[in-house]
Ligand binder design. Structure first.
Ligand SMILES: C[S@@+](CC[C@H](N)C(=O)[O-])C[C@H]1O[C@@H](n2cnc3c(N)ncnc32)[C@H](O)[C@@H]1O
Length: 278
């Protein structure tokens, strides 16, 4: 049977056409072995069992068909939290950590009331709860399967947040008075050619696509968010790489003040936000 080093080399060769053959190979091998990266590096001469080798070959074949690694392993790390993922919502992206950083940079009460709109796996809400345990965090999503997933992740990580099924703000009283609303809503235009490439081919349109060149859901959250924020409460939104000027315009039109933009690790304007005026 193959050693771990040989199995890893074989995977990399098989996945040479994928975007990240080395990382994908490590992730699949770790998943099959149920071990971490350190184990691979420490014991390169250890051998796979026949069963592990069969499983690895099956996973590599599915990866070659394009299935995202996170769907094959059922997990993706976000803000150093291991999150369960499935095909009901978006696989959390490192870019979205910019939104978490922006939220943590605001001056908010110690026990701030925070809302994550379109929570998916719960990534943003759980990252914030892990950093600010006293924040009272509500997260919502319209997809029942995403709500169940976020609840599962919250329980698994022992991070107590409230997760609700809701079409945008519908399940909330408009006296909610949140100190902060965060959202990474769908913002891709239906005709965007990127929808035919990579992992997004396997993610649901309900998590990706919005009308009006991708701006419809952002516009809705900006318009409605005002009724769910307290005076001077903050709204922070992730948007597409070319959408920041349009989001600034929408925030300005609806009377938000102190409008600011935050860039991601690739120096792309990824997050825009503003404060509800008095
Ligand atoms: C881009 S994904 C973001 C998921 C997660 N917040 C993240 O950053 O990884 C957008 C999420 O919004 C949810 N969504 C779409 N339309 C919605 C609506 N009308 N009301 C509530 N949630 C919605 C989708 O189900 C999806 O989980």
């Amino acid at each position: 049977m193959k050693s771990l080093a040989d199995a890893q080399a074989w995977c990399q060769q098989q996945l040479a056409d994928s975007e990240s053959p080395a990382a994908d190979s490590r992730a699949l091998l770790c998943f099959v072995l149920q071990k971490n990266r350190t184990y691979l590096m420490t014991w390169p001469e250890r051998r796979l069992t026949e069963q592990q080798w069969q499983k690895l070959q099956q996973l590599v074949a599915r990866r070659q068909q394009g299935h995202p690694v996170a769907h094959l392993t059922g997990e993706r790390e976000f803000w150093s939290l291991p999150l369960a993922v499935n095909d009901s919502t978006l696989i959390p992206r490192p870019d979205t950590e910019t939104l978490v950083e922006a939220a943590l940079s605001l001056e908010l009460p110690d026990d701030a009331r925070v809302l994550d709109v379109g929570t998916g796996t719960g990534a943003i809400a759980l990252a914030l709860k892990s950093e600010r345990p006293a924040w009272q965090i509500t997260a919502l999503d319209k997809q029942p399967a995403a709500v169940a997933l976020a609840q599962h992740n919250a329980a698994r990580l022992a991070l107590p947040i409230q997760v609700l099924q809701s079409h945008w703000f519908d399940a909330l009283p408009n006296t909610a008075g949140f100190d902060l609303i965060v959202s990474n809503p769908p913002y891709i235009d239906a005709h965007d050619p990127h929808l035919q490439q990579g992992d997004v081919r396997f993610e649901p349109h309900s998590a990706l696509i919005a009308e009006q060149q991708g701006l419809a859901d952002i516009a809705h959250i900006i318009e409605q968010g005002r009724y769910y924020l307290r005076e001077h409460g903050w709204l922070l939104l992730e948007q597409g790489w070319q959408q920041a000027p349009a989001v600034v315009e929408l925030l300005t039109e609806k009377g938000y003040k102190h409008i600011n933009r935050w860039t991601d690790y690739g120096n792309v304007e990824r997050v825009t936000g503003g404060q509800k005026a008095s």
